[in-house]
Design a protein around this ligand. Sequence first.
Ligand code: 5AD
Ligand code: SF4
Length: 434
Amino acid sequence: MAKKLFIETLGCAMNVRDSEHMIAELSKEEHYELTEHSHEADLIIINTCSVREKPVAKLFSEIGIFSKNKKPNTKIGVCGCTASHLGAEIIKRAPSVDFVLGARNVSKINQVLHTKHAVEVSTDYDESLYDFAEYRSNPLKAMVNISIGCDKQCTFCIVPATRGDEISIPSALIVREITKAAAQGAKEVMLLGQNVNNYGRRFSTTDGVCDFTQLLGKVSETEGLERIRFTSPHPLHMDDLFLETFASNPKICKQIHIPLQSGSTRLLKIMKRGYTKEWFLDRCRKVRLLCPEATISTDIIVGFPGESDEDFEETMEVLEEVRFEQMFSFKYSPRPLTPAADYPDQVDPMIAAERLTRLQTRHTQILDEIMDAQLGQEHYVYFDELKPYGRVAGRSDDGKLVFAEGSEELLGQIKKVRITKTSRGALDGIVLES
Ligand code: 5AD
Ligand code: SF4
């Protein structure tokens, strides 16, 4: 009988892909079936995120619950960024944990599984050439890593400490993986990296060297592939050529994530982001000019140490001008191993909370206006998910979630859809004959 695997994935898209890699590698040795119930699992994996404090704080109570309710011989593994960060301390604090596997050591999952209290968390480990076994939670939409680690030193961010230095995966390996996924039915690929448009700065081999814009060109030649997305790019590396390629290549989806973090040039400097408010706005204006149909999304942190009312107003100004369609906004969370955690001028959490509410309230109004204006519009939607009550869901080219009436036949198809109903999070439409 197949063993059962319960895997909880927190954090970003890279973690989602790391979980797929772990599932695939585990299946090389033993057949596993995924389960959503930890109490019936033979193996429990928590793939953690450490970017903010809250989920880290919850980790140990979660381990306690899992170990109390699990079957007697079930193993528990803690993986991902918090595993990289805390390492052996996790087993010291929670001896019921059987192994700890860092975000940069995913390929060693079968090794740690067989060694009691194994801890593999080296951030120097190089997986950029590792040929992972294959598992995709949705074969219609392939996630493909293009680099590992992050070379930036943003002063708020723990990721360089958990995922190590940046190494690009050779383009030939990337193209090979995408070709295979496309042959198996994926019309869409999501290229993944902590900083995708820094691609090409460092490789472990001399083969397949190119930059991100060139990589986009190579990927777009893949037969059967119709849509390319990528996350996350960095505003600093958005040169004109990249934006022109984004706008002119019909396979590149017209949705771009441009993480602002703060609208204050003064704070951006302390964050070590490497760009100014003006540069950020200039890049957004260029996107709008070259590609008026594109949607722009962002990440914003409020309450970074030293943030004054004036600094925050500058963030509000950028929101007013760019009108981000999606905005992921966070209260600054001091993280160990980061310089900003030791800055003396930490912002009162009440003030940070007020600012976050103001930012999110204004964004919600903007989003409602954007979505209301969608009524009657037409989009090409790639249907990739079956929903209850005879419905299917997919994304428009510019990243909007669209539902329509339909069944299996629509899955894997790109169809023209007219929007008949709008709401804040998603749109409803009818499939037009075409
Ligand atoms: N506090 C709050 N938000 C953070 N992020 C990264 N580090 C922190 C932190 N210490 C946010 C950034 C980043 C996103 C993935 O998480 O906005 O772009
Ligand atoms: Fe979380 Fe960042 Fe690690 Fe992704 S890379 S799991 S967002 S800490």
